[in-house]
Design a protein around this ligand. Structure first.
Ligand code: GTP
Ligand code: MG
Length: 149
C-alpha cells in the first residue's frame, strides 16, 4: 500500500489543529504508521523544501517553518498521496475548497497549517528525511476489512 508524508506546520500546532488534522485522516480510513513532534532546524527544512530554493518566498518559508514545533506523520492506505493532497486542499487557502483542511482552517498561503507530499517518489524521500526506519511501525488495522472491499 501507498504511504504519504503529512506534517502539521508550526501554525497548525499553535492553533490547536493537530487533533483535527489527524482525525480527518483517521476517519477517512487511512492508517497512521508514524508520528512525532519536533522543532525542525534550518538544515532539515532546506533539504525538505530544496526544490523551492530559488523562489522569492523561500527565506520566509524557512523562517515560518522554523517558528515552532511541527508534527510530521506517515499515513498509509490506497492512493494516500493523491488523496492526502485532495484532503489538504490547494496550496493557497484562498483557492482551497471548503471541506478541505486548508479551506476550512486558514486564509494565507504563508500560514497554510499543513504539508502533504506531492507524489509517490517525493513521499518516499520525505519519509526518509524526517523518520528513522525504526520509527515507522508495522501493524494490521482492525478495521481493514471495513474500509476495503
Ligand atoms: P506543501 O505541502 O507545504 O509542500 O505545499 P504545496 O506542495 O501545496 O506547495 P509548494 O510545495 O509549492 O510550496 C510549499 C509551501 O511554500 C506552501 O505550502 C506555502 O507554505 C509556501 N508557499 C508557496 N507559495 C508561496 C507564496 O507564493 N508565498 C508564500 N509566502 N509562501 C508560499
Ligand atoms: Mg509541496
Amino acid at each position: 500500500t501507498e504511504r504519504t508524508f503529512i506534517m502539521v506546520k508550526p501554525d497548525g500546532v499553535q492553533r490547536g489543529l493537530v487533533g483535527e488534522i489527524i482525525k480527518r485522516f483517521e476517519t477517512r480510513g487511512y492508517k497512521l504508521v508514524a508520528c512525532k513532534m519536533l522543532w525542525p532546524g534550518e538544515d532539515l527544512l532546506k533539504k525538505h523544501y530544496a526544490e523551492l530554493a530559488d523562489k522569492p518566498f523561500f527565506p520566509k518559508l524557512i523562517t515560518y517553518m522554523r517558528s515552532g514545533p511541527c508534527v510530521p506523520m506517515v499515513w498509509e492506505g490506497r492512493e494516500a498521496v493523491k488523496m492526502g493532497r485532495m484532503m489538504l486542499g490547494a496550496t493557497n487557502p484562498l483557492q482551497s475548497n471548503p471541506g478541505t483542511i486548508r479551506g476550512d482552517f486558514c486564509i494565507d498561503v504563508g500560514r497554510n497549517i499543513c504539508h502533504g507530499s506531492d507524489g509517490v517518489e517525493t513521499a518516499k524521500r520525505e519519509i526518509d528525511l524526517w523518520f528513522q526506519p525504526n520509527e515507522i511501525t508495522k501493524y494490521e488495522s482492525h478495521s481493514k476489512d471495513w474500509v476495503y472491499e
